[in-house]
Design a protein around this ligand. Structure first.
Ligand code: NAP
Length: 248
């Protein structure tokens, strides 16, 4: 292991959904540890690139829209990536009895199908070069729990946990660590509707032992760790970063 096992120097990483929220914080953290980071999103990630460059790091913006779940199929070829963070995700809220097929399909495509096929594209390239790599998928507490009024999101995030485990089983011995982070309740666009609902917001806060909602930066350190040599024996884990929510 290198002198600093947490260093990402010499690594090239791709983070999806890096224009805002958790993905932006992860991109900044990976760059802060020395990685060169491709900030991918369906919209420009120039703000994130600016934050990284202002701190002395290296980054670029890449347009990738996972409305086509195969969007990343050619991105990794010959490009030297050794880390992938599948963070892009969407949520649709509606009572299950009224939930539409469109809201089911859109969420499954972005949150689950795109995650699997982006992992596949990354792994094909890593196996071709033989240099090893790290994958971090962003799961959810709804990889373990049911949630309310978010059926396709819950199904997709259970799926992300399962994909993480099968890819671990197939790829750990071939040099790719595959893990997931299950964030708790983090203040981002994803949770705006919950935070604007006084009853739901109070009920959620009351259960969080840390006594506050999480910030995107609270997730970023775990992602940087999982991409680093320090985590080389962490395989197939779905790690909660949730202020203690799952301990209750
Ligand atoms: P967010 O601010 O809404 O970020 C989601 C990111 O995914 C945005 O960059 C978004 O781009 C991108 N995205 C959505 N659809 C896309 C598509 N078709 N192609 C490419 N990128 C797309 O919410 P967040 O909380 O940071 O979410 C990040 C991840 O954490 C998601 O997987 C989410 O499920 C997960 N998560 C969040 C929480 C939480 O409490 N916030 C908890 C557990 C898990 P746009 O900005 O263009 O929409």
């Amino acid at each position: 292991m290198s002198a600093d096992p947490f260093s990402l120097k010499g690594r090239r990483a791709l983070v999806t959904g890096a224009n805002t929220g958790i993905g932006q914080a992860i991109a900044v953290a990976l760059a802060g540890q020395g990685a060169s980071v491709t900030c991918a999103g369906r919209r420009s990630c120039d703000e994130t690139v600016g934050m990284i460059e202002a701190a002395g790091g290296r980054a670029e913006s890449l347009l990738l829209d996972f409305a086509d779940p195969m969007a990343a199929r050619d991105v990794f070829v010959g490009a030297g990536y050794t880390a992938l963070v599948n963070n892009a995700g969407i949520i649709r809220r509606q009572d299950s009895v009224d939930f539409s097929e469109a809201d089911w399909d859109e969420v499954m495509d972005v949150n689950m199908k795109a995650v699997f096929f982006t992992c596949q594209a990354f792994a094909r390239e890593v196996f071709a070069t033989g240099q090893g790599g790290s994958i971090v998928n962003i799961a959810s507490l709804l990889s373990f729990q049911g949630g309310i009024r978010v059926p396709s999101y819950t199904a997709s995030k259970h799926g992300v946990a399962g994909i993480t485990k099968i890819l671990c089983n197939e790829w750990a011995a071939k040099g790719i660590t595959v893990n997931a982070i299950a964030p708790g309740y983090i203040a981002t666009n994803n949770t705006e509707a919950l935070r604007n609902d006084p009853d739901r917001s109070a009920a959620i806060l009351e259960r969080i032992p840390a006594g506050r909602w999480g910030a995107p930066e609270d997730i970023a350190g775990m992602a940087a760790y999982l991409c680093s040599p320090a985590a080389r024996y962490v395989n197939g884990a779905v790690l909660n970063v949730d202020g203690g929510w799952m301990a209750r």
